[in-house]
Structures are given as structure tokens and as C-alpha cells.
Ligand binder design. Structure first.
Ligand code: PEP
Ligand code: MG
Length: 754
């Protein structure tokens, strides 16, 4: 027998293909079992979904068993082999399932003819989704390799099946339109540079309010035929978007539009709209009623995962209505619109940006570092504001978002609009600096400096290559985790890391182990709310508490880096013991890979991030044991000065030029020199000219920064006389007042002719 290998089964494209075919959620599940049984050359493939309220497994799709049992065959956890696989969260492989004492015969299932049995629990992170089962008439037909492949299929399918499961469990009301106050300018904080011009798209708090205001006549008057056209247009656009996302943002974008596509096939959603239209309701009202109903049901659900789907439904409604309006050149997406929101999830940000939104205005309290970082990587202009008048803006109001000054202009005049349009064009010219970048960076007096890239998304690598970055100084591995509804599987992570290695052919590639916690909270980790998350279960602490996840990530990195030179670094190290434990996990991961006959190279270079005062106090010892050290300057300043890096109220106290910070950096640099341990700087300090001047003066020559910052920092370094920087750094280290230090650095840097 020849069964397809894991590579083929893991191919995400095939799952997407299943969306391309028309069917409702159950129809989709049926296609999944058909496809999987085809690949595995099995007589039977079944999906049982787990209902957590009933604590029961329900047969939802089968290829091979009696189809009449679908929706009717219900098993308790622990009941039969399938229930046991769910209860004990383990795979069950039996030459002849019927010989296992736990086997339970189901009358009328036609199961008696099948002997070989393989069941794999489907988990999305820590959430139980269900059980995937294969059966075959020949005893011993499935082997261990099949089990591995089947597990890979289960993990690949987990997120999609979870969506399907949520949508299957669902089965009305409108709210008053908002009142608009008379404001023309709202001031805020410039977060991501750029200009966005367009109509407001307001996403309200509670995520369940009426948002369909200001619809054009063409939409209000559309007929049944327009509805049918809008439906197929929507489907086509979403398929296209999904393909685009998979090509460009494969790390954070895979199957990201799956809820949209599944809803589009759902009889209780589209089917009900069609029924209403047949009964004489206008298509526009039919869409709005149904979308609002689902938004309400989802937002009132106790299940946080279902609450997260509210934006997906709103998004789909938005697209359907834009397509229904049938306006020429309307792509149905967010082109020509500025999003105004109280808060935004990372996955929502990715989806909305992928749909070409002009810019984003967010209420500061709903802001977070990962939204900032993600928006920077996605290049979408972003302004934060704590001005509550933001909530008086209605959808459809004309806006300009100025991501340079941090302003939001409401209903601007014609002159202002012309000015901003030309500013927007100028922005396009900035990247013309590209051909001026040199391969190597040197100071005025010839000292070699290495400018590496900080990568958040795989798509940043292209820019890093264009900006001639010398490797990757920091890959923040958390985005594929933040964007999903559950932990990405080892195979999914492997594909992401592989793309990093494929995207940059350089011996210095630094992958950072998962840094979650703080303000990067994974919604799917239970009990993740903490009083002081920055002092809580963050980064290496989380990983050492969740070793399965740690090992899964390390294995994925080691597999992807096989045959390549690369480095792994651990965030928020506070002691030698932390580092030693992390190293042991790397050894264990290699051991596991070898045991499973997987390819992986030798132990890569392992490094520590110096971000905590405790790590600074131990830096000499850490330098002796680590292959390299990297200062996470954002956190180092936060923890050293006791100033929350995300709290606007204390942003004035967050000062990297504080004498304590300068002296700390000097101590770290000294330890790295003495122990011959490579040192680099990442975080914002690495592209702050004043700090770069000081860093060069202390002998630090490895800097990691967002690729777009490279040209300006290179030009600055080219003009620095490092001898002078050295003597100035010594003087700075002797100073004890912030005021004195600021005045001194400003004068020195302003005197440099670039
Ligand atoms: C830092 O702390 O400077 C750093 C690079 O890590 P992050 O910003 O991801 O915490
Ligand atoms: Mg950090």
C-alpha cells in the first residue's frame, strides 16, 4: 500500500482547496474526511467533535461508516476507543481495534468489517476539539509512520475544525445609530508613520453595535440578482485574499479567512438570508439582520473564542454590503477607509490590513506593544489617542490620519486634503534610498559596525534584504502564536522558520524563543490574566513552565535550521540557572529529534537576552557560559528604571539616557569583552542616533533594528569619529544628572555632519 507522506498532507493549499468547493460547515467536514481517507488509503475516516458543555463526542462526518449516524452517534469521554483517545489525550493504534477491551460496538454503524484502527485526538492548543479516526478492513494496516502522519493532519486541521465546531453551535436585534459631536481635530500619539485618507469605518466597543450606517442608495435598493452576484463576488475575493495571505504572510496569515469562508457556506447564515429575500425582505436588510444577529450571539457567548469571531462576521457583512452596492472598482475590502476602534486583536489587524485599510486610529487603553509592532511590520499608519471624542465619530465620516504628527483630521477642507495627498506621494519616494546603502557599515575612521535586521513577520525579510542587512539580529517568534486561536503546531512553526532561512542566506540568523506574557497575551492560554503581567509568567518563565511548548518550538527551529549556522536566544533570563535549564531543553529537543529519526544539525549557538537587572548583576557569569549576549534595550530600560514601557502616563520617565542605563550598558560591554562573548543591542536603542553614538563609544558594534531604519543609521555611523565617541562615552559615564547627559549627547550628535 502506498499512503501519501506528511509533506503532502501538511500542504495547506489542499485545505484551502476544500474551501473553494461550495458546501456548508457539515459539507466541509465531509470533504475533509473524504480527502483524508483518500490520502491515507483508508476504508473509513470519521470526525468526532467534542462538546465541552455536554462532555460528549458527536460524530459529525464520516466516510465509510453509516452516514445516518452523523449527528446522532454520541460518545462519552472515555467511552469506547474514540472516547478513550479524547479522555486520555493520546493516540490509539490497534492492529485489530475489536480486540481492545475498551472497544465498543455501535449497532448499525457497519463497523464490524473494519479491523485496523487509528484514533488521534485533535487539540487546538490546550482546547479539546475532537477525535479523528481511521479504520481499515485489513488487520495491522496502519503503522507508526501512519500515526505520525495522521497526527500531523490532526494538528493541521485543528484550527479549522475549531472554527467549524464553533460555527455549528450557533443559531436578533438592532441598536440605535450613534450621535456625532462637532470635532475637526483629535490629537494623539504617532505610532506608525504614514498618511491615510478615507471614510471612517468605526468598530465599536462591545463589538456588537450597529455599524451599517451611511450605506449608498445602490446598496439599499439592490435586488435578488445583485445579492447572488455579491455572494459569488465575495467568495471569489476571499479566496483570492486567502491565496495572497498564504503567499505573503504565511506565518500569520494561513487560513486566516477560514471563518469567513465557512460562514459563507452556512445555511443558518447565508441560507437564512436567502429565505428572507424570498419572503420579500430587501437583500440589504436581510444581510444586516443576519450579520447583526450573529454578531450579538457571538459577543454574548461565554466562550471567548466565539467572542473573537464577532469581527469576522462584521467583516464579512461589510464585504457583502460593499459588493451589493455594486459600485465600480469597489473591491469589497477596506480600501479608502480608516479604521477607528477602541481595541483590536492582532488577528483582526492582519485581516483588516490585508484588505487594504488606509490607516488605523486606536484608543490608547486598547493599545498594546504587539499591535504597534505588527502595524509597523505591516506598514499601516497608526495613531493612538486617549481623546474620548473619538467615539463620537460615525462610520462614513471623512478622515485623514497623520501618522507623522499623530493627528486625526475630521471632515478636512479641500486645501488640507490636497496638502496631505502630496505628502502621501512623497512618502513613496523615501525608499529610493535603497541604492545608496552600502554593503558594509564603517565609522568615519574605518571601524566596522554590523547592522542586522529585527524581523517580526516573514514579510519583513524582503525589506531586510533590500536594506542590505547583515543577517537577522532578532526574530521575534511570537507573531505566529499571537495571531492564531491556538498554539501553532511544530510543523506549522517549522514551515515559518524554514521560510526565514530560505529568505535570508546569511550565517547570522538569530531566532528568539517565544516571548509571550507582559502585554503579549495569548487569548487561548487559560488563566493568563495576571495582576502584574510584566512581572509574571513571561518569556523564558512561561517556556520553562510549559516545556511541551518550549520543546515543540525548539524542535521546529532545529529542524528548519538543519545544515545552517544559526543562533537561538532566550528572553528574560534572570539567572545562570534559567540559561542552563534552557540549554538542557535544547539538548532534549535534539535527543527527541534523533530518536524519531528526524534531521537536525549540532547544537546551535545559544545566547541570553540581558533585559533584567538580575541578569546585569550576573552578566560576567552569563558571559562565561553563553555563546552570545543581546541587550533587549526596551525591557532593560523598563525594568532598570521601573517604568512600564507601555504606559503613556510615565513615558516621560522612560529615558534610555538615564545615567543608570548608560552605566549598565558599559558594564555589560565590559563583561562581553573580558569573556570574549559577542554582544549585540536590539530594541529601540539600536536605532536611536544619540544612543548609537554612546554605544559605539563603549565598543558595541552589533546593532539589530527594523530594516527601514538601516539607511539612516548607516549614514549616521559613516559620519561618526569613533575615537571621539569613545572619549565622549567616558565623560558621559562620569556624569550623574539626566539634564547634563542630555545636553552633552545632543551637542555631540548635532555637531556630526551627516
Ligand atoms: C527588547 O526588550 O528590547 C526586545 C528587543 O524585546 P521585545 O521588544 O520583543 O520585548
Ligand atoms: Mg524584550
Amino acid at each position: 500500500m502506498t499512503k501519501d507522506n506528511v509533506e503532502l498532507i501538511c500542504n495547506i493549499g489542499e485545505l484551502s482547496d476544500l474551501f473553494r468547493e461550495k458546501s456548508d460547515v457539515r459539507g466541509f467536514l465531509q470533504k475533509v474526511v473524504k480527502t483524508v481517507s483518500g490520502h491515507m488509503k483508508a476504508d473509513v475516516c470519521s470526525i468526532y467533535l467534542y462538546d465541552e458543555y455536554l462532555d460528549r463526542l458527536i460524530l459529525e462526518a464520516t466516510e465509510g461508516l453509516n452516514p445516518e449516524l452523523i449527528g446522532k452517534l454520541i460518545l462519552g469521554t472515555g467511552e469506547g476507543l474514540v472516547g478513550t483517545a479524547m479522555k486520555e489525550l493520546r493516540s490509539i493504534l490497534e492492529k485489530n481495534g475489536q480486540e481492545n477491551p475498551k472497544f465498543k460496538a455501535i449497532p448499525g454503524s457497519l463497523e464490524e468489517q473494519y479491523q485496523a484502527f487509528l484514533a488521534v485526538p485533535i487539540l487546538s492548543g490546550l482546547t479539546r476539539i475532537g477525535v479523528l479516526v481511521l479504520q481499515h478492513h485489513l488487520p495491522g494496516y496502519f503503522n507508526k509512520n501512519d500515526m505520525m502522519a495522521f497526527k500531523a493532519i490532526a494538528s493541521q486541521l485543528a484550527a479549522t475544525l475549531e472554527n467549524a465546531k464553533l460555527l455549528m453551535g450557533v443559531s436578533q436585534k438592532k441598536e440605535a445609530p450613534r450621535k456625532q459631536e462637532d470635532v475637526s481635530l483629535i490629537k494623539g500619539q504617532a505610532v506608525v508613520e504614514g498618511i491615510g485618507i478615507g471614510k471612517a469605518y468605526v468598530m465599536e466597543a462591545g463589538r456588537s453595535k450597529n455599524l451599517f450606517t451611511g450605506l449608498p442608495e445602490s446598496c439599499l435598493n439592490a435586488g435578488e440578482e445583485d445579492f447572488v452576484k455579491a455572494l459569488s463576488q465575495t467568495e471569489e475575493q476571499l479566496q483570492e485574499l486567502q491565496t495572497e495571505m498564504e503567499e505573503q504572510l504565511s506565518d500569520v496569515g494561513s487560513l486566516i479567512f477560514s471563518t469567513h469562508l465557512l460562514m459563507l457556506r452556512d445555511s443558518s447564515f447565508i441560507g437564512k438570508m436567502e429565505e428572507d429575500i424570498k419572503a420579500g425582505v430587501s437583500p440589504c436588510n436581510a444581510i444586516i439582520t443576519r450579520v447583526e444577529y450573529f454578531m450579538k450571539v457571538f459577543s454574548e457567548s461565554d466562550n471567548p473564542r466565539l467572542q473573537e469571531k464577532v469581527q469576522d462576521i462584521r467583516d464579512l457583512g461589510h464585504r457583502l454590503l460593499r459588493n451589493l452596492s455594486g459600485e465600480e472598482q469597489d473591491s469589497g475590502d477596506y480600501s479608502g477607509q480608516v479604521l477607528v476602534a477602541r481595541e483590536l486583536l492582532p488577528s483582526e489587524l492582519v485581516k483588516i490590513t490585508a484588505q487594504h485599510v488606509e490607516g488605523l486610529v486606536l484608543f490608547s487603553q486598547g493599545a498594546s506593544a504587539h499591535i504597534t509592532i505588527l502595524a509597523k511590520s505591516l506598514g499601516v499608519p497608526l495613531v493612538y489617542t486617549d481623546d474620548k471624542r473619538l467615539f463620537s465619530i460615525s462610520s462614513g465620516t471623512f478622515l485623514i490620519i497623520d501618522g507623522f504628527q499623530g493627528n486625526l483630521l475630521i471632515n478636512p477642507g479641500e486645501d488640507t486634503l490636497t496638502q496631505y495627498r502630496s505628502l502621501k506621494k512623497d512618502r513613496q519616494l523615501i525608499l529610493d534610498q535603497e541604492n545608496l546603502i552600502q554593503e558594509e557599515t564603517r565609522t568615519l575612521d574605518g571601524e566596522r559596525v554590523y547592522l542586522r535586521a529585527t524581523i517580526n513577520l516573514i514579510s519583513d525579510i524582503k525589506m531586510a534584504v533590500r536594506m542590505k542587512s547583515e543577517g537577522i539580529g532578532l526574530y521575534r517568534s511570537e507573531f505566529p502564536f499571537l495571531i492564531r486561536n491556538s498554539f501553532p503546531s511544530e510543523d506549522e512553526q517549522y514551515l515559518v522558520y524554514k521560510k526565514i532561512f530560505d529568505g535570508m542566506d546569511h550565517p547570522l540568523i538569530t531566532l528568539r524563543a517565544l516571548d509571550i506574557g507582559g502585554d503579549k497575551i495569548l487569548s487561548y492560554v487559560p488563566d493568563s490574566e495576571e495582576e502584574n503581567p510584566f512581572l509574571g509568567l513571561r518569556a523564558i518563565r512561561f517556556l520553562l513552565e510549559n516545556k511541551k511548548i518550549f520543546v515543540g518550538q525548539l524542535k521546529a527551529m532545529l529542524r528548519a535550521g538543519e545544515g545552517r549556522k544559526f543562533r537561538i536566544m532566550f528572553p528574560l533570563i534572570s539567572s545562570l540557572d534559567d540559561f542552563r535549564q534552557a540549554k538542557r531543553m535544547v539538548d532534549k529537543s535534539i535527543e527527541f529529534l534523533k530518536r524519531d529519526g528526524m534531521d537536525c544539525g549540532p547544537v546551535p549557538e545559544l545566547g541570553v537576552m540581558i533585559e533584567l537587572p538580575s541578569a546585569v548583576m550576573m552578566v560576567e557569569d552569563l558571559a562565561k557560559e553563553a555563546d552570545f549576549m543581546s541587550v533587549g534595550s526596551n525591557d532593560l530600560v523598563q525594568y532598570l528604571l521601573g517604568v512600564d514601557r507601555t504606559n503613556e502616563k510615565v513615558s516621560g520617565l522612560y529615558d534610555p539616557r538615564h545615567p543608570a542605563v548608560l552605566r549598565t550598558i558599559a558594564r555589560i560591554a565590559e563583561a562581553s569583552r573580558k569573556e570574549n562573548c559577542t554582544l549585540s543591542i536590539c530594541g529601540n536603542m539600536a536605532f536611536n542616533k544619540e544612543m548609537v553614538y554612546f554605544l559605539l563609544g563603549t565598543g558595541i558594534t552589533n546593532l539589530s533594528m527594523p530594516p527601514v531604519q538601516i539607511p539612516a543609521i548607516q549614514r549616521f555611523i559613516n559620519a561618526v569619529d569613533v575615537e571621539k565617541a569613545r572619549s565622549d562615552s567616558k565623560k558621559l559615564l562620569a556624569m550623574n544628572s539626566l539634564e547634563e547627559i542630555h545636553a552633552f549627547i545632543d551637542k555631540a550628535v548635532n555637531g556630526i555632519e551627516i
